[in-house]
Design a protein around this ligand. Structure first.
Ligand code: FMN
Length: 246
């Protein structure tokens, strides 16, 4: 059943279908020549952007590299990895630590309901500009950090982002979640992916003409998995080592 999604009506979920998607996703190092249909790619990108993200400021961008010539150049910049060379599409997943101001304004303008809850309006109009603005050379961030240290002695306070560097982490967290949604969506459509951080960032940036403040979080190679596309058995460390119930 596919009930209309809403606060009171949720679709029925089949956890086994979800498990299949998660369990069958692997990092694929060789793809077939099959293209990814345009509507599949579009759907996967839309599902990617439904990832949870900080303050709903959506600090990401996706550069979809499809044309053979540019794809070959980006694959070369991905250190000539097989996953990149054989992919049908290379998606450069970019974090934008600098887009929060424009996106806050856009949220105020494009709010999808008749009236914006006052608390949300206050957040985008007043809180976000304080929270995310680090000021020239990061001086505002330093002032916020000092204030946070003082006030934090007596009550819980947000401990950042307090610098341009922390803004990069801020944007990268949300962007990585979108990348994961993208890869799971590809799997759900019967396609596959390989996230890559093995790339020459300078070259990738230049090839996709990325504005100076954008950060390449990952390049996601995507396509149909080849028979020899999985290099080894999937393994993870023992849960008892890494999961802590408190
Ligand atoms: C941030 C990130 C960067 C990665 N970079 C590469 C890469 O450059 N090349 C590659 O072949 N795999 C890369 N991988 C894939 C990992 O090697 C892979 O996820 C890991 O070995 C676990 O295998 P699995 O994804 O099949 O479960 C990357 C994964 C992540 C999350």
């Amino acid at each position: 059943m596919n009930a209309k999604a809403g606060p009171t009506s949720l679709p029925e979920i089949d956890v086994e279908e979800f498990r299949k998607v998660v369990r069958s996703r692997r990092s694929i190092r060789r793809f077939t020549d099959d293209p990814i249909p345009e509507q599949v790619l579009e759907d996967c990108l839309e599902l990617a952007t439904l990832a949870p993200n900080s303050s709903n400021l959506q600090p990401w961008e996706f550069y979809v590299v499809q044309t053979p010539e540019l794809k070959a150049k980006v694959a070369h910049a991905c250190l000539g990895q097989n996953a990149a060379k054989s992919a049908a599409v290379l998606i450069v997943v970019v974090a934008r630590p600098d887009s929060w101001r424009d996106h806050a304004r856009q949220a105020l303008k494009d709010w999808p309901e008749e009236t914006m809850p006052p608390i949300v309006e206050k957040y985008y109009r007043k809180v976000a500009p304080i929270h995310y603005n680090q000021g020239p050379l990061g001086v505002l961030g330093l002032a916020k950090k000092a204030a946070g240290l003082a006030v934090g002695l007596t009550r819980p306070v947000p401990r950042g982002p307090y610098s341009h560097c922390e803004m990069k982490i801020w944007a990268t967290k949300s962007t990585a979640l979108a990348a994961q949604n993208l890869m799971l969506a590809l799997r759900a459509h019967g396609f596959d992916s390989c996230p890559m951080e093995g790339f020459d960032e300078c070259r990738v940036r230049k090839l996709i003409k990325l504005p100076a403040k954008g950060l390449v979080t990952m390049v996601v190679a995507a396509g149909r998995r080849a028979e020899n596309g999985v290099y080894n058995r999937q393994y993870r460390f023992d849960q008892r080592q890494l999961v802590h119930y408190l």
